[in-house]
Design a protein around this ligand. Sequence first.
Ligand SMILES: [Zn+2]
Length: 268
Amino acid sequence: MQFSIPLKLLIISLVFLLVLPRPEIVAENENAGQLDAEFSLKYIVIDPGHGGRDPGCLSQSGVKEKDITLSVSRKLAEVLRGKTEYEAFLTRTDDCFMSLKQRVDFANQESFPPNQSIFLSLHCNSFRDQRIHGMESFKFDLDATDELAAELVERENAQEAVDKFDFMIINLRKRGNEKYTEQVARILQESLVDQLGVKNRNLNASRNIGVRGAPFYVLAWTKMPSILLELGFMSNDVEREKMTAEKYQRRIASALVKGIKKFDRQLQ
Ligand SMILES: [Zn+2]
């Protein structure tokens, strides 16, 4: 096959750029691939999705995603602080707006070493088909697992400019903590499904009930193993009703704590 000179130059430049990542991205993620056997869980960074002028998903009855995520996150931190040895921190503790970058900067502080910390971003889902319900967990991936995940990631990333090229580099560099990310996502999802009797979210097109992947901004840039949990669908009447109840929120918190402890036991 013959390539013209400009096309050749373009291909060479692209290959060169892929082999030599931009320095700022290397610096941002220099710890991301160095977790390995030394991982020992101490810090749980909880990220209540949305807040302030960003309500997240809204129901017709006026329920806001930002209120559910904050309330569940507070309960989770309370149980972790009261009943476990882990130290829990919230990216936001009240109804304030925080950009996705601010959340990432909070998680990447030196006080949360990537080999002693996990990042849990909590959200609620929504879909035009109101029958869809269930919970799902996500890890970072360049491509969304299915149509619903693709729509979701577009909504959750809406506040921040997303550079696909940066994400490609990050995808290579996140492999060092992939094992832990996958493990924590799977265990927390199983714990929620077992303890709450909810379903894994399913679409006819996708029979895979495992951990899903999508290019979420907060998962891309956090150095520690990080996952995003969609606790249920606000577009489903039954699930929305449950998620707004204090008692059910406490059950979510306790299921997550059980899962975190199980993840930790499996590390030893
Ligand atoms: Zn959300």
